[in-house]
Design a binder for this molecule. Structure first.
Ligand SMILES: NC(=O)c1ccc[n+]([C@@H]2O[C@H](COP(=O)([O-])OP(=O)(O)OC[C@H]3O[C@@H](n4cnc5c(N)ncnc54)[C@H](OP(=O)(O)O)[C@@H]3O)[C@@H](O)[C@H]2O)c1
Length: 284
């Protein structure tokens, strides 16, 4: 198998693949980074074309969409007939663009998204999402399984990247909630470490409600509200904003949610379930 890119992630992936007994050829823009891998048993290629020639399956773990195209486009003809698995983080449309480019050049393309940090590679909690060519997944999937939990998300090459971005969005928004709590509690001398524990316990306790929210959204049955309605939630969020400000803490994250609730109330949907906010997120 060929791996293009030996940054923190590409190196961790290469190490794990080598551990499973795979023959690995590596390429990296900065050639010095190939040295430890060669010492450990990989073969270094000096050009992308040489790297592409070495294996039927080529894994790209480069920085971004631009670096993938900058390096792979000149080697397109040497990749013809091969399976290309692109684990570089991209947006969904960038993944679709690369898939279309690959198809044009007879390259079987699988897009991948890594929900893990390099130290997690090889552990079950490291999640690899794939989408695009089913044939490419059938060919490359078994060899990639030792990297972590593997999921094929569908034939739209953008879906793995979309799910990656959606999960990361939820993570950043939830962690922003922790930062809000830490800022509030620091004003009375409670450490961010102690607030982290309290927030972790609280979020853990309410996580069980998520599937119920999902069922309401999927049914579209927002009215009558099955849980808290907009009229209940608006003043609740207003109190959170007031409490933050009383302590001298900005409430920008909360104000965004309040604005969406205000819009629902203003358009006569005050007695709808508060999770109907999800409908307001579509750009019209
Ligand atoms: N690290 C993580 O926790 C993590 C988690 C999930 C996903 N990812 C994704 O995995 C990919 C790699 O991340 P990383 O952590 O390995 O990043 P990194 O340590 O910064 O390594 C970046 C890699 O891309 C190469 N590169 C950058 N620009 C290039 C260019 N113009 N032409 C050729 N090669 C170029 C670098 O080569 P040089 O060595 O020559 O600079 C290096 O091999 C990214 O898309 C990242 O979003 C990373």
């Amino acid at each position: 198998m060929t791996i293009l890119g030996l940054g923190a992630m590409g190196s961790a992936i290469t190490e794990r693949l080598r551990e499973t007994g795979l023959t690995t050829t590596v390429w990296n823009r900065t050639t010095a980074k190939t040295e430890p891998h060669v010492k450990a048993g990989s073969t270094a290629a000096t050009t992308i074309t040489e790297a592409a020639d070495a294996s039927d399956i080529v894994i790209a773990v480069l920085l971004d969409h631009a670096s993938v195209h900058q390096n792979l486009e000149p080697a397109a003809e040497r990749l013809r007939g091969k399976t290309l698995v692109n684990l570089t983080t991209t947006t969904p449309n960038e993944a679709r663009t690369t898939a279309a480019w690959a198809t044009e050049h007879g390259i079987d393309y699988l897009d991948g998204a890594i929900m893990a940090t390099p130290d997690m590679i090889g552990k079950p909690e490291s999640l690899f999402l794939y989408s695009g060519s089913e044939n490419a997944f059938t060919l490359a999937g078994p060899a990639l399984e030792p990297l972590g939990t593997t999921r094929f998300e569908g034939t739209d090459p953008g879906v793995a990247a979309l799910k990656d971005m959606a999960l990361l969005s939820s993570m950043y928004l939830m962690l922003s909630g922790y930062l809000q709590a830490a800022a509030m509690m620091r004003t009375v001398g409670v450490s961010a470490t102690d607030t982290a524990e309290a927030v972790g316990d609280w979020l853990g306790a309410i996580m069980g409600h998520l599937p119920g929210f999902g069922a309401i959204i999927d049914s579209g049955a927002y009215h009558p509200a099955q849980g808290q309605d907009v009229n209940f939630t608006r003043p609740a969020v207003a109190s959170l904003i007031a409490a933050s400000r009383e302590q001298g803490i900005k409430a920008d994250f909360l104000e965004t949610g309040k604005k969406l609730l205000d819009e629902l109330a203003a358009t006569g949907r005050g007695d709808s379930d508060w999770v109907s906010i999800v409908e307001s997120l579509t750009i019209r």
